[in-house]
Design a protein around this ligand. Structure first.
Ligand SMILES: C[C@H](O)[C@H](O)[C@H]1CNC2=NC(N)=NC(=O)C2=N1
Length: 98
């Protein structure tokens, strides 16, 4: 089973990501897209990846602004699965903003 990262390991992991913050209970990242449809397209791409990984973010949608929050429910905190998904979400957002 995946293990919750220590605060130290989490700090190291966050340094390799783009705009994520939080603590061992959860990490979040905001993104502002060009439009509501552009934001929904990002959500759709993230949903596809999440299904494939069987690991799902909480997603807050406000017009063209998104907030993704990640934790591993079964472990009760942030694990390597969340760091992996966060990196994939970064790639999707980067491509959408290009
Ligand atoms: C059975 C299935 O693997 C689990 O319910 C998955 C689904 N997606 C999940 N997503 C997240 N974020 N945490 C989980 O523990 C989790 N568990």
């Amino acid at each position: 089973m995946a293990e919750v990262l220590s605060a130290d390991d989490l700090r190291t992991a966050l340094a390799g990501l783009d705009g994520w913050a939080g603590d061992p209970t959860g990490i979040s990242r905001d993104a502002e897209l060009a439009s509501f449809p552009a934001a929904i397209a990002v959500v759709d791409r993230v949903a596809e990846v999440a299904e494939r990984l069987d690991h799902h973010p909480d997603i807050d949608i406000r017009w063209r602004r998104l907030r993704f929050t990640l934790s591993t429910h079964s472990a009760g905190g942030v694990t390597g699965k969340d760091v992996d998904l966060a990196g994939r979400i970064d790639t999707i957002i980067r491509e959408a903003l290009r």
